[in-house]
Every structure is written in structure tokens, then in C-alpha cells.
Design a protein around this ligand. Sequence first.
Ligand SMILES: [Zn+2]
Length: 392
Amino acid sequence: MSTAAFIWADRLAGYRFTPEHPLNPRRLQLTVELLQRLDLIGGADAPVVVPRYPDAGEIEAVHDVAYIEAVRTASADPVPRAGYAAFGLGSEDVPVVPGMDDAARLVCGATLPAAEWVMSGRVTRAFSISGGLHHARRAEAAGFCIYNDLAIAIRWLQRHYGCRVLYIDVDAHHGDGVQWLCYDDPSVLTVSLHESGAFLFPGTGFIDELGDGDGYGYSVNVPLDAHTEDASFLECFGALVPDLAAHFRPDVILLQAGCDAHALDPLTHLRCTTRLYERITRATCELADRHCAGRLIVTGGGGYAAYTVVPRAWTLVWAALRGLEIADEIPADWCRSVRLESGLDIPHVLRDPPDAHTPAPRRQEIEANNRRTVNAVRQQVLPLLTGWGLAF
Ligand SMILES: [Zn+2]
């Protein structure tokens, strides 16, 4: 069993745009309620840690001052202004709403203590469930993301501990913001497995995006076919990530565990189950144990089936982080109250049964395509790994 910090305060649910916006913070509260109901958070082994506000320097380590100023102005006076579009503000994805600066800062201030608690050795793992805003760029909001809490944590890890960071992103969308922010940095290896940009926002994350300058070879992408299922996703992860970790030798691993690759997610076309998130988290824990004394920081991310998927997927992530084998059954009273709130049928088990969703059409073709993709990635990246001075 590992000690793990859970970063949470109810005000983190204040990161919300409009009532109709797909990023619904109820998903966070429901996950916390389920974890509490299952008695999985709190106590010496699983402390709940409150977020803090980052200082200006921590945000400015990643974002341009002019952009931060635009977010602050928009937040205080949320009326349409001509200059906002250049910063990605006021779009359908990132509408301008009151208090958005404060809410976005607090999310960064949740992922930072996750890093602090792990690096200080108070815990081995930490879960910043509200974090994972991986699309935000240096001077541009994108894809529901204002400030990039992941990149801000990476800069903090570098500045305070000189860390080499292995960043793994299994959100269904390409982890573009983190990739571009670290694109020329050889001390950060970014690995993103996602639905191919040929089908899905943000339209990037192809295998030839390998990094720039000194960072060439430190950006790795696995664009998956639409309708990819658990087995193929896991096969690709297993064919690549352990080798990358072994050769990169990270000081800490940061995992973005967005759960929108699930078959019920309304925004993507992958067909995974909640089991994927337990398996990926376990596999990443093993890598952290093998290479960096267990140090693993996990964030949330995407996940738009707020009632039927997210609480189950992230409960499995948290249990796996703690090294717990938890029962499948979800308390009936929790399911009942979520059903009443949402009007949806809520599964009574954490792990979707294998036949929960209709099988992907052309399953074998999809698996073969993904295998070809991951082999091509290996062929491109492994010679570069050798270039790092390590025999492969
Ligand atoms: Zn996503």
C-alpha cells in the first residue's frame, strides 16, 4: 500500500463556464462523494490536502504576462472585447465568465501541492483530481483550459528539485499544451496516447511531432484510431511507455488521467471502459516504483460523462494509486441519488463488464492500425533513445 495525498476543496468546483458547457464540475464533487462513501480518502495514509493559490512567479513560469493580464481583466469584467480572441478567450470552448482567473489559479494551486507532497516525501503519490488542463498554451486559452496546471507543476519540479519529468497523457485528446510548452526541453519527456488528430480536437499529436532543438526526441505521440478499445490502448501503452521510462530515467512521473476515452464519453470516439484507468494507473505505479522511488503525481483531465463514467473511473485511479484492490460494487444509495439528479441509469459497478458496450466495428483492423502506429513510433524514437547515450 502506498501513501497518497488527495488534493481537494469544494471551491475547486468553481472552475466552470456556463451551465451548458461540457466541462461540468459536478463530476469532481460526485467522485469525491463516492470516495468518501467508500471510505477511501482521509486518514494518515490518504490525507486530503487543500489547494493553495500559486504566486505570480509560478504562473509566469509558463504563461505570458499579457495573457495573464487578459484573463484577469476578462474575469473581473466579463464583457466581450475585441482583444480577447487573440488569447483564445470568449470562444465557445473558453467563454468569458466572472471569476475565471481565480478559479483557474486555484486549479494550478491544487496540482502544485500534489508535487510538493510527493517531492517532500510526505507521500509517495498524489492525485490532483481537478487538474489536468493540458490544452492551455503560453498565451492562449484552448479546449476548456485557461492555465496549464501540468506545465506549471513541471516548471516547479524543475526549479525546486531539478527533476527530469516523465509526462504521460492518456486523455482522449492530444496533450498539446504540455507538449508545446516543453517542446525544446530535454528534461521533460512527454508521451501522449490519444484519439488521432485526424478525427478529434486539437488536430495534432502525430508521430512526427518529436520535439525541437535539444528537446528533439523528447516528445512522443501515439495517435490511435477512432473506436479503439481497452486491449489495443493497453497494448500500445505497454509496447512503448515502459521502454521510454527505462531509458529516460525520470525523477518523477506526472500522469494526466483524463477519462474521456470511455465509450460513453460524448466528445470522443474511443470505446474504452473504466477498467482502462485502473490498468494504466497500476502500470504507471509500477514504472514509478521501478525508476523513481514511487514518485507519481496524477491529475484528472477530460471526462464528459459526468455522472455515468467519471466518478467510477477516477475512483479506480485513486484506489490503484493507493495500491488497493477494491470491490466492484457501488453503494446503492449513491447510485440512487446520482440517478435522481441526472435522470440517467447509473452503473452499479466500478468496472464495466467486458460486454458493457457494443464491440468496435472493424476491431481487428483498428488493432492492426494501432500496432503499426506504435511500431512506427518505436522505430522513430528508439534510435533517439540510443542517442541519449543508452544502449537499447
Ligand atoms: Zn480530453
